[in-house]
Design a binder for this molecule. Structure first.
Ligand code: PRP
Ligand code: MG
Length: 211
């Protein structure tokens, strides 16, 4: 872990579009980040930074185990995974919230069934409120669940609110505010501090400029 380029796990998908300009402002070579190919490991031109492409949910796992030094992960994923990591910087992108939602104007039963991609967050949330909920894990299109009677409620990410709106659902309560975080393996953060600190500083400045 302590030799070769510093590695950073980046989530495949829509957050890359917001990440690239931020990395570019921080002086990083984003060519490999934007390259349209199927390679999962891509080094920058200087051979200092290695991008590793992962499914968003797997980023905390690779970083916690030290297979990758740094990573980019949403606060939602971090809350759900509860990985043992450092989170040195809020990147200020990917802003959204996790919310409980249900059919517009329809009160939920006392023991609601709750469909979600975030079973742990949902279970904790209802337990803390003293509500005995039955959490039903699903892996996407969560808004469908109450429409076809799989669940009474959902816990899911709300960004613009369009998906809820178009499926006759409404937010009942916010569970957590979400944004994209820089995460670091605990050992790497110490052993490779000479490389990680300046990177964090440059990214911090780029975030401040964007705000
Ligand atoms: C995400 C999320 C919500 C929606 C929120 O779904 O799970 O469904 O986007 O965005 P909005 O408030 O702007 O409508 P995504 O499109 O990633 O699909 P998936 O849940 O099926 O993975
Ligand atoms: Mg969705």
């Amino acid at each position: 872990m302590n030799e070769g380029p510093l590695s950073i796990a980046v989530p495949k998908g829509r957050i890359l579009k917001a990440l690239a300009p931020l990395f570019s402002r921080a002086g990083l070579d984003v060519g490999p980040l934007l390259a349209d190919d199927r390679r999962l490991v891509r080094d920058d031109a200087a051979g200092r930074l290695r991008y590793v492409f992962l499914k968003p949910d797997d980023v905390p796992t690779y970083v916690e185990y030290g297979a990758v030094d740094l990573g980019i992960a949403g606060r939602d994923t971090l809350l759900e995974k509860k990985a043992d990591l450092y989170t040195p910087l809020d990147l200020g992108i990917g802003r959204c919230r996790l919310a409980v939602a249900g059919p517009r104007g329809k009160p939920a039963p006392d023991v609601p069934r709750v469909a979600t991609k975030y079973p742990r967050i949902a279970a904790d949330f209802f337990a803390k409120k003293g509500i005995q909920a039955e959490v039903i894990p699903v892996s996407g299109s969560v808004e469908l669940a109450p429409l076809v009677g799989l669940s009474d409620l959902i816990v899911d990410v709300v960004e613009t609110g369009k998906t809820l709106e178009e499926n006759d659902l409404e937010v009942i309560e916010t569970v957590a505010e979400v944004s994209t975080m820089l995460i670091a393996n605990r050992a790497a953060y110490k052993l490779r501090a000479a490389e990680i600190r300046p990177l964090c500083e440059a990214l911090g400045k780029a975030v401040a400029e964007a705000a």
